[in-house]
Ligand binder design. Structure first.
Ligand code: ZN
Length: 146
């Protein structure tokens, strides 16, 4: 178990140091901003959605290691997913970080399971996903974890 934990931490550090899909997205047609006042995490999410499928997704902003790694892992998981699949994935991911049972294999997203032991960090881990929800609904209000 401790080996697994170390591996998970290594993946989180890696995604924090070198976030994937970080930067502006030209041709984006969905956009939302998210803010987690408890930690100060802030991010902007841009998506290109065509016929209900997420073709591309990138994020910008500044957040703690958990927030940045979670956003990075999320962007990797979302490409090629339909909007419905993305919403279902968020639900499963939420179960994971709440320490609840998940119905599907969440792949790399599982590295964030450890945050369930730190309730304050759950918001860091889910900020990108809340922002995704807003982007898919094209809400004008910034997403907030509060
Ligand atoms: Zn944070």
């Amino acid at each position: 178990m401790s080996d697994l934990r170390e591996l998970y931490q290594e993946v989180i550090f890696d995604h924090n140091r070198r976030p994937r899909n970080f930067g502006p997205l030209t041709g984006a047609n969905r956009h939302a901003e998210g803010f987690n006042p408890l930690c100060g995490d802030q991010l902007t999410l841009n998506l290109m959605v065509q016929e209900g499928v997420i073709q591309d997704v990138r994020f910008e902003g500044s957040g703690c290691a958990i927030c940045t790694a979670s956003a990075s892992l999320m962007t990797e998981a979302l490409k090629g997913k339909t909007e419905l699949e993305a919403a279902a994935l968020f639900e499963e991911f939420h179960h994971l970080v709440m320490g609840e049972k998940t119905e599907v294999d969440l792949g790399k997203l599982k590295v964030l399971a450890g945050v369930s032991e730190f309730p304050a960090r759950v918001k860091c881990a889910t900020l990108a996903w809340h922002t995704l929800n807003s982007a898919l609904k094209n809400e004008a209000q910034p997403a907030s974890t509060e």
